[in-house]
Design a protein around this ligand. Structure first.
Ligand code: AMP
Ligand code: ZN
Ligand code: ZN
Length: 426
C-alpha cells in the first residue's frame, strides 16, 4: 500500500516539475519576426537559401495569402495587427483619406497615429510588460495608446544588413530585465531586385542569397548567446511578385481622362503610370461615367466600384475605400499618361519589370511563411492561410493575451506545439 502511495506521489511531483518547466519555457520564449519583402511563396523551390530551407525543413512552412491590395504597407501592417486593411486603414501604400482630403505622406505621417489603426503585436506585448524591439517594420515608428517598442528606429532603406543583425544580437545579449522578447527585423533587397530585374533573374537569386546569409548569421549569433532553444523564428513576406511584359499593357488613355480623379498611388503625376491597379477617387457622376466606359473595356482589367468589392478583399474602409478600382490580371499593367501625345512603352521606361498589387488569391501573389522554434510544430507543410492569423500565432508563442483581431487562432492552432485557444491559460 505504502509502495503504491509512494509511486503516486512520485508521479505527482514529476508532473508538477514538468508543469513548472513548461511555464518557465513559456516565460522565457523569444520571438524574432523577420520580414523579407517580396519573398514569393515558391522561392525555396526555385533557388538555394540554405538557412531558410533548414528552418522550413524542421519547422512549419506555408503559402501565406496576403491582404488586398498585395502591397507592402497594407500587408506588413496586417501581419503586425492581425487586422484586415478596412480595420487598420492601410488600403494601399498611399491611402487617401476623404475626411482629411489628402493622401498618406511617408515623410510626415509615419509617426502620426491618425493613419494607423489597430494594435501592433509590439504594443500588445509592451502593454503586458514585455520588452520589444523593432529593427524596422511598417507601423513601428508610431506611438499607439501612448506606447512604443522599447527599441525602435526610423526606417532607413540603405542600412547595412550586417549592422542590423549585429544590433539585434546586441539587444538580445542585454541583461534579462532590459532585453526584448519580441524583435522584428526587415529586409527589402528581394523586392527591389525582383522589381528591377524580374522574378527568376540572377539578381533575385543574389538578393535571396544575401538575405539568407544574414539570417544564417542571426541564427549563429543566437546559438553563441545560448538562446537558440528558447527562440521562435518567424519569417514572413508581404506578397509575391509577377513578371510584366510589354505585350501585356492595358492603355486606358483612349477611354478615360484621369484629370477629374484623385489617384494617390500615382506618385509622379506629370509622368505616365504603369500599375497593377489604380485606386480612383472622384464625385459620383464622374465615377458613374467612368464605370460605364470602362467596365467592359478590356478582358484583363476588372473595374470595381465602391460597395461592390469582392468580400474577401476587406479593404472597404469607410473614409479610404476607393470609389473605383481598376485591377489588372497578374502580369498585366494598366498604363495611363498625362501627356497623351507621348505614350511611352513600358520596358523603355527602365522602371519595374515585375510587380505586385494583383488579386490576393493568385498564387503568384502568395507570400512565404516559415516558423521554427519551441512554440511551433516540427516538419509541417501547412495549408495556405490568411496573413491576419500571424498576430495570433505570435501572441501565443509569447504567451500574451492578444488584442481583438480579424484572425481566429483556432484556424492555425495545428501549427503550434502549444494550446493557443482563448480558454488556454495566458
Ligand atoms: P512596394 O512599393 O510595395 O514595393 O514597397 C517596397 C518598399 O517599401 C521597399 O523598397 C522599402 O524600402 C519600403 N519600405 C518598407 N518598409 C518601410 C517602412 N517601414 N517605412 C518606409 N518605407 C518602407
Ligand atoms: Zn513589399
Ligand atoms: Zn515591391
Amino acid at each position: 500500500m505504502l509502495n503504491v502511495l509512494f509511486k503516486y506521489l512520485l508521479t505527482f511531483v514529476f508532473i508538477g516539475f514538468l508543469g513548472i518547466r513548461f511555464a518557465a519555457a513559456n516565460e522565457d520564449a523569444i520571438v524574432i519576426m523577420i520580414g523579407v519583402d517580396g519573398l514569393r511563396a515558391d522561392t525555396l523551390e526555385r533557388m538555394p537559401a540554405p538557412s531558410l530551407q533548414a528552418l522550413a525543413n524542421t519547422g512549419v512552412r506555408a503559402n501565406m495569402i496576403p491582404a488586398m491590395p498585395t502591397k507592402t504597407f497594407v500587408n506588413f501592417y496586417s501581419l503586425a495587427t492581425g487586422l484586415h486593411p478596412k480595420h487598420h486603414g492601410f488600403i494601399s501604400n498611399y491611402p487617401y483619406d476623404r475626411q482629411l482630403s489628402r493622401k498618406f505622406n511617408r515623410q510626415t505621417d509615419v509617426s502620426d497615429p491618425k493613419w494607423w489603426g489597430g494594435e501592433p503585436i509590439w504594443i500588445t506585448a509592451e502593454k503586458q510588460g514585455i520588452k520589444t524591439a523593432t529593427y524596422f517594420w511598417v507601423g513601428s515608428e508610431v506611438e499607439i495608446d501612448g506606447v512604443r517598442p522599447s527599441f525602435w528606429k526610423p526606417y532607413q532603406q540603405d542600412k547595412d544588413y550586417s549592422a542590423r543583425v549585429e544590433e539585434v544580437l546586441g539587444w538580445l545579449a542585454l541583461p534579462e530585465k532590459q532585453s526584448p522578447r519580441l524583435v522584428t527585423l526587415y529586409f527589402s533587397a528581394v523586392d527591389t531586385a525582383s522589381h528591377t530585374y524580374g522574378v527568376g533573374s540572377s539578381q533575385e537569386r543574389a538578393a535571396v542569397a544575401k538575405v539568407d546569409k544574414h539570417i544564417g548569421d542571426l541564427l549563429a549569433g543566437l546559438n553563441k548567446l545560448g538562446l537558440s532553444e528558447q527562440t521562435n523564428i518567424v519569417v514572413v513576406a508581404d506578397h509575391g511578385m509577377a513578371n510584366l511584359s510589354d505585350q501585356r499593357v492595358i492603355n486606358i488613355d483612349s477611354w478615360l481622362d484621369l484629370s477629374a480623379f484623385v489617384i494617390p498611388d500615382w506618385s509622379d503625376e506629370k509622368n505616365s503610370v504603369h500599375a497593377p491597379f489604380l485606386n480612383l477617387y472622384a464625385q459620383p457622376q464622374v465615377v458613374d461615367a467612368a464605370y460605364q466606359k470602362l467596365y467592359k473595356a478590356h478582358p484583363n482589367m476588372r473595374v470595381l466600384r465602391r460597395g461592390d468589392f469582392p468580400t474577401n478583399y476587406h479593404f472597404d474602409h469607410p473614409q479610404r475605400e476607393p470609389d473605383l478600382m481598376l485591377l489588372a490580371d497578374s502580369g498585366w499593367s494598366i498604363y495611363a499618361s498625362r501627356d497623351k501625345s507621348r505614350p511611352q512603352p513600358m520596358l523603355q521606361l527602365g522602371r519595374s519589370i515585375a510587380t505586385h498589387g494583383y488579386d490576393n488569391q493568385d498564387p503568384l501573389m502568395h507570400a512565404t511563411f516559415i516558423a521554427n522554434g519551441p512554440a511551433f510544430e516540427k516538419e509541417m507543410m501547412a495549408k495556405p492561410f490568411d496573413n491576419i492569423e500571424v498576430y495570433g500565432l505570435l501572441a501565443c508563442a509569447l504567451n500574451i493575451k492578444p488584442a481583438k483581431t480579424d484572425g481566429n487562432v483556432e484556424r492555425v492552432q495545428y501549427f503550434m506545439a502549444k494550446d493557443c485557444r482563448p480558454s488556454a491559460d495566458h
